[in-house]
Design a protein around this ligand. Structure first.
Ligand code: PRP
Ligand code: MN
Ligand code: MG
Length: 182
């Protein structure tokens, strides 16, 4: 557990559950995109682990791009303010773009991102998110592929951070309350 053991309250999704879901999503998406080249757009930094495992599971030729936006800062809830920290390196016009996110919480990040990417005239634009919190949604975002719907609690691991820590955990977990107060 990378030495994080004492901070973990409970494991919500195990490494095996996550990897099985990625295999399932990749299978579905390989069928839906058969014959097309997919441009994966990973949303830094949270989606890095998901992108890495998903790209390997997807039996299709893919290109990878990354974009960094931030809505949380280092707190545990969305501010609604989306900042662009790193843009794509190339044009996505006429590409089949699949945005990969680790989590949709309020939906504010993705809602902004989809408008932004949509204005660049991709051939198609869809979203695949590993996690979604249905009870936290403030803006409805059209999401084609969803790994897990989870309860409205703060979770870390598998790319998700609390104050930049815990991203390297291979599973998704909640933290003990005392971690937030210290
Ligand atoms: C987190 C998460 C999503 C977004 C979801 O990213 O990775 O990208 O917030 O929140 P929302 O649906 O309420 O907008 P964050 O801004 O913390 O940046 P990070 O990926 O670098 O941790
Ligand atoms: Mn993120
Ligand atoms: Mg974050």
């Amino acid at each position: 557990d990378h030495g994080y053991g004492p901070d973990i309250d409970h494991v919500l999704l195990s490494e095996e559950q996550i990897q099985d879901k990625i295999t399932e999503l990749a299978g579905q998406i390989a069928q839906d995109y058969a014959g097309r080249e997919v441009l994966l757009v990973g949303v830094l930094k949270g989606a890095v682990l998901f992108m890495s495992d998903f790209a390997r599971a997807l039996q299709l030729p893919t290109q990878m791009e990354f974009m960094a936006v931030s809505s949380y800062g280092s707190a545990t809830s969305s501010s609604g303010v989306v900042r662009i920290l790193k843009d794509l390196d190339r044009d996505i016009a006429d590409k089949h773009v699949l945005v990969l996110e680790d989590i949709i919480d309020s939906g504010l990040t993705l809602s902004w991102l989809l408008k932004n990417l949509g204005s660049r005239r991709p051939a198609s634009l869809e979203v695949c998110t590993l996690l979604r919190k249905p009870d936290a949604v403030k803006v409805d975002v059209p999401v084609r592929y969803i790994g897990f719907d989870i309860p409205n609690e703060f979770v870390v691991g598998y790319g998700l951070d609390y104050a930049e820590r815990y991203r390297d955990l291979p599973y998704i977990a909640t933290l003990k309350p005392e971690v937030y107060s210290s």
